[in-house]
Design a protein around this ligand. Structure first.
Ligand code: GDP
Ligand code: IMO
Ligand code: MG
Length: 431
């Protein structure tokens, strides 16, 4: 296969960063196609920990081209800081190894302020629990045709005109929320100061990718968040503001849909969620605490404690369908070590009726109770296993049952945060 898309198949934090880093050895280009620095991806390579937010997870390996596509919303100040942080860890980043699409919309400080002010003003039940990074307001400006995009930074007159257009919209909004009007001149000065540091990496990414594909190079499209946070197919309105599912890979960088040969869904062996919204298999008991403790379930971006629950095969069938997943990488299997019994949700009960999918209406979602199948746990350690032979029989049974229930093969299994603690079953890049 020439090109592989990696997407989160739950509510994010499935271990996409680790898997993208592992797979990037086989790719020439690693391209982010949506989201922004709301993402938090942790990579562990020989004990060194890298925490990435806006940069593609392939950046850590030398000799690859990392791309930030137009489907992303980019905070230029964050980008420059993140490049410095990663450089300080010994990673080389140059305009030859990192390209940012010229048509990428920017996240400005006013977007973060608006995001946080709205969350503060929200009444109970309407708070989303966003990362506060300005993602929603930045995407609103994109769709509202008032974004400042990377290319606009190159010309002062255009930049000023774009700022004025944005402020026409933002100042009345801010007034309604009791925030001071924007300091126009300060914002323009800030943008002029950051412009050359971002323009250094600006490129017509669609064109670069066309040339790469023509010369037989392989692309790894890196998704952020997870399918249940997708703006259309997620648990709306408790979602992020972009399309997260695999179809977005093409529009998010500027290739045709036929450029995608294989979709790898990243799936945690249990379920987590950060922020508000429905979560049918959530555990508010000792088992939930234990998953959180063993899995170190704290957000990389906000430090918030992640909510934990049993694996939900019902939701997985849904997300594998909406992303056209060809195979999954099952991560964090080791976190399940030592449970006597493991539960897997196979459907829902809604007012006495059995459902095999999560209904769209919020009131129905709230009334859905999970129907569980119980599987035997294992007492042996799977941590660090790198082959099937190292897994106890019941762990293999669990993986195989998950495969059956979600009707999708397991292509990879991950057994620790370390890059090489990975079992390859089917190579997504294999022809
Ligand atoms: P992402 O947002 O999907 O990239 O995932 P995060 O990095 O936010 O969260 C996944 C966390 O689990 C990170 O701290 C990883 O280092 C860690 N992790 C990834 N795979 C495994 C695994 O197989 N076992 C364990 N124990 N931890 C893992
Ligand atoms: P990665 O790529 C988990 C969640 C937030 C909130 C909702 C909306 O690390 O998997 P936003 O700031 O996007 O407007 O917040 O989406 N969220 C994530 N949850 N992992 C992520 O990214 C997330 N990015 C956003 O917690 O519920
Ligand atoms: Mg994460």
């Amino acid at each position: 296969m020439a090109n592989v898309v990696v997407v989160g198949a739950q509510w994010g934090d499935e271990g996409k960063g680790k898997i993208v880093d592992w797979l990037s050895e086989r790719a020439d280009v690693i391209a982010r196609f949506q989201g922004g620095h709301n993402a938090g991806h942790t990579l562990v390579v020989d004990g060194t920990v890298y925490k990435l937010h806006a940069l593609p997870s392939g950046v850590v390996r030398g000799g690859k081209l990392s791309v930030i596509g137009n489907g992303v919303v980019l905070d230029p100040w964050h980008l420059v800081n993140e490049i410095e942080t990663v450089r300080a860890q010994g990673v080389s980043i140059t305009p030859e190894t990192l390209m940012v699409a010229e048509n990428t919309p920017l996240i400005l400080p006013i977007h973060g302020e608006l995001d946080r002010a709205r969350e503060e003003a929200a009444s109970k039940g309407t708070k989303i629990g966003t990362t506060g990074r300005g993602i929603g307001p930045a995407y609103e400006d994109k769709v509202g045709r008032r974004s400042i995009r990377v290319a606009d930074l190159a010309d002062e007159a255009t930049l000023i005109a774009r700022v004025d257009r944005a402020l026409q919209h933002h100042d009345p909004l801010r007034k309604g929320l009791g925030i001071e009007p924007v300091d126009r001149d300060a914002l323009i000065a800030q943008l002029k100061e950051i412009a050359p540091k971002v323009l250094e990496y600006a490129a017509p990414v669609w064109k670069v990718l066309k040339e790469k594909r023509k010369s037989g190079k392989r692309i790894l499209f890196e998704g952020a968040q997870g399918a249940l946070l997708d703006i259309d197919f997620g648990t709306y309105p408790f979602v992020t503001s972009s399309n997260v599912i695999a179809g977005q890979a093409a529009t998010g960088v500027g290739v045709g849909p036929g450029a995608v040969d294989y979709v790898l869904g990243i799936v945690k062996a249990y379920t987590t969620r950060v922020g508000e919204g429905p979560f049918p298999t959530e555990l508010l008991d000792d088992d939930g605490e234990r998953l959180g403790r063993r899995g170190h379930e704290f957000g990389v971006t906000t430090g918030r404690k992640r909510r934990c629950g049993w694996f939900d095969a019902c939701l997985l069938r849904q997300t594998c369908a909406t992303s056209g997943v060809n195979g999954i990488a099952l991560t964090k299997l080791d976190v399940l070590d030592g449970f006597d019994v493991l539960k897997v949700c196979v459907g829902y009960d809604l007012d006495g009726k059995r459902l095999d999918y999560l209904p769209t209406a919020a009131d129905q979602q709230a009334r859905c109770t999970p129907v569980y199948e119980e599987l035997p746990g294992w007492s042996e350690s799977t941590e660090g296993a790198r082959s099937w032979a190292e897994l106890p029989a019941n762990a293999i049974k669990y993986v195989r049952r998950v495969e059956e229930l979600i009707d999708c093969p397991v292509a990879m299994v991950s057994t620790s945060p370390e890059r090489e603690d990975t079992i390859l079953v089917t190579d997504p890049f294999a022809d």
